[in-house]
Design a binder for this molecule. Structure first.
Ligand SMILES: CC(C)(COP(=O)(O)OP(=O)(O)OC[C@H]1O[C@@H](n2cnc3c(N)ncnc32)[C@H](O)[C@@H]1OP(=O)(O)O)[C@@H](O)C(=O)NCCC(=O)NCCS
Length: 227
């Protein structure tokens, strides 16, 4: 089961930086650009709150300071407590002062999530990043800006679940749009091109919803040898 949490920066507790562990506080202190600092803090606190909520649902919720969100060398985040990594797959995204975080606790499953502000993209963006079928589908959708934002977001969610991000060509991931989008999670179609599917064998599920001016997406990959 995927657990998720989304919130705007305005929902953070006052002095949210006091909820950081010493290691996180050191990372935060090293960030200089104000936007990067605020995005990073919003993502970190939201991830901590999500992990605390999840742990609370399975036992007792720890304090936020005790949960440490760190990043592997490839950039993918993970959660730990008392020096031990938690057996979770965790994903973080932020856009226009709003964060979305998702986690899954099943062995062999990885999650990626993404939040994007809905805005127009030009023709070059579509041809650079989308397959021909996606371009046609987006332009035929009732709200093309929402469709292109959704396609981009879903690709990022998949590429985060693979822990690769934009090191992979976005055209290697084919997204099928839902018929409509509202605040309920709608199922998306996902197909990796044969070369990518061979490199990362697994079964995919993905969802999208609209929340105000944002599109949110989540992608889940169950590795071929997952139980
Ligand atoms: C992962 C990536 C697609 C995120 O892009 P984005 O839309 O700018 O940012 P989002 O807010 O949606 O997501 C950012 C979060 O993705 C996570 N992330 C970063 N690298 C990741 C990876 N390889 N796998 C999974 N998640 C990753 C981080 O938690 C990051 O937030 P944080 O740094 O505040 O903790 C992008 O950073 C990327 O492609 N990274 C890997 C390749 C790379 O480093 N390229 C250099 C720039 S092209």
């Amino acid at each position: 089961m995927i657990h998720w949490l989304s919130q705007p920066a305005s929902a953070l507790p006052p002095h949210a930086e006091t909820l950081l562990s010493p290691a996180e506080a050191a990372t935060y202190a090293a960030l200089k650009a104000p936007k990067r600092r605020s995005d990073w803090l919003l993502g970190r606190i939201t991830a901590k709150q999500l992990v605390a909520e999840y742990l609370g649902s399975t036992g007792s919720a720890p304090s936020l300071n005790a949960i440490v969100i760190a990043a592997d060398p490839d950039g993918a985040p993970y959660a730990s407590m008392h020096g031990a990594r938690l057996p979770l797959s965790l994903s973080i995204s932020h856009s226009h002062d709003t964060a979305l975080c998702a986690l899954v606790d099943a062995a062999g499953k990885t999650v990626g999530c993404d939040i994007e502000y809905i805005e127009a993209r030009d023709a070059a963006f579509l041809s650079d990043f989308f397959t021909p079928a996606e371009q046609v589908a987006a332009l035929a959708w009732p709200e093309p800006h929402t469709a292109t934002t959704l396609l981009w977001s879903a690709k990022e969610a998949v590429l985060k679940a693979l822990r690769e991000g934009l090191r992979i060509d976005t055209k290697q991931v084919q997204i099928t749009l839902p018929n409509a989008l509202d605040d309920e999670w709608a199922t998306l179609g996902i197909a990796l091109d044969p070369a990518l599917a061979q490199r990362f064998p697994g079964a995919w599920s993905a969802w999208a919803r609209r929340s105000g001016d944002f599109v949110q997406t989540m992608a889940l990959c169950a590795a071929a040898d997952a139980p």
